[in-house]
Design a protein around this ligand. Structure first.
Ligand SMILES: Nc1nc2c(ncn2[C@@H]2O[C@H](COP(=O)(O)OP(=O)(O)OP(=O)(O)O)[C@@H](O)[C@H]2O)c(=O)[nH]1
Ligand SMILES: [Mg+2]
Length: 266
């Protein structure tokens, strides 16, 4: 009895580790729809993280803020990932909710703070007071509601106005399960064009089915970790010595424009 319980516990621990351990750099939703073109962690990051005398101090933490119109599915997305649940009933977020997800990224502990903000206008001034210091800005819209897509630029502008350092930006279409393939393709064209204009990486997900959710958060954590370690290294010095080998720090997080697949932006 005890043996079978510990076997189940071990299985659960293995699964938890598999869910939150990242060794390979997670790919984007589509290579066409991202300004973040790197295929791996930056070489300086891999090097410093694999060194036994790595100079990074303390636990690495990044802040991610989730923004977007009322009822686009921000809370549902966070709950699907953090608690593996989905609730059909709508309960408005009042102000902000907060979650922390612990990862092990190339063997380094990393916490992603997830700030799930309220979309309702009357809570906006509470929510926007939490925008500062965001390393990741995730702007969400409902794939079945084009009106919510048209507000994304405004949400992003407000978040950027509160941050001096350039964050990693995601444009996330939710409720993918509500659209047929052909309806989805039509929305994707418009969303991908907007993502390009905003300098954001585009994703489509469903919190109901779980489609794309795990992959999105893995990607978010890996990009945030890479940027955060690079910034630490830059702060430490532009050149960090590890053993006898000097390590040059060249940030590769630079944003590039990406192709819009020949589509016209509107
Ligand atoms: N079918 C479907 N419904 C979804 C999905 N995600 C969210 N919903 C529904 O959309 C409604 C709103 O979801 P929430 O996650 O509460 O939206 P929100 O963006 O957090 O809303 P505010 O907190 O008011 O800003 C709820 O009824 C959810 O069940 C999805 O992927 N598919
Ligand atoms: Mg909410």
């Amino acid at each position: 009895m005890l043996e079978s319980r510990s076997a189940v516990l071990k299985l659960m621990q293995n699964q938890a580790c598999k869910d939150r351990c990242i060794d390979r750099f997670p790919p984007p939703f589509s290579r066409q729809f991202t300004p973040y073109r790197q295929h791996d962690f930056s070489s300086a990051v891999r090097e410093v993280c694999s060194s036994p005398r790595q100079p990074l101090s303390g636990l690495k933490i990044s802040k991610a803020i989730f923004l977007g119109d009322v009822a686009v599915g921000k809370t549902s997305l966070v709950n699907r990932y953090c608690h593996k649940v989905f609730d059909r009933n709508y309960k408005a977020t009042i102000g902000v909710d907060f979650e922390v997800e612990r990862f092990d990224i190339i063997k380094i502990p990393f916490n992603l703070q997830i700030w799930d903000t309220a979309g309702q206008e009357r809570f906006k001034c509470i929510a926007s007071s939490y925008y500062r210091g965001a390393q990741v800005v995730a702007v969400l819209f409902d794939l079945s509601n084009m009106y919510s897509l048209s507000h994304c630029a405004q949400w992003l502008e407000e978040a950027l106005a509160c941050n001096t350092l350039q964050p990693i930006i995601f444009l996330i279409g939710t409720k993918r399960d509500l659209l047929s393939s052909s309806a989805y393709k039509h929305v994707e064209e418009k969303a991908a064009c907007l993502a390009k204009q905003l300098g954001a990486e585009y994703w489509a997900v469903s919190s109901r089915t779980g489609d794309g959710v795990h992959e999105l958060f893995q990607r978010m954590a890996a990009l945030a970790f890479d940027m955060s370690v690079l910034r630490d290294l830059n702060t430490l010095n532009t050149t960090v010595s590890i053993g006898s080998q000097p390590l040059s720090v060249k940030p590769t997080q630079k944003k590039e424009n990406f192709k819009c697949n020949g589509l016209h932006c509107q």
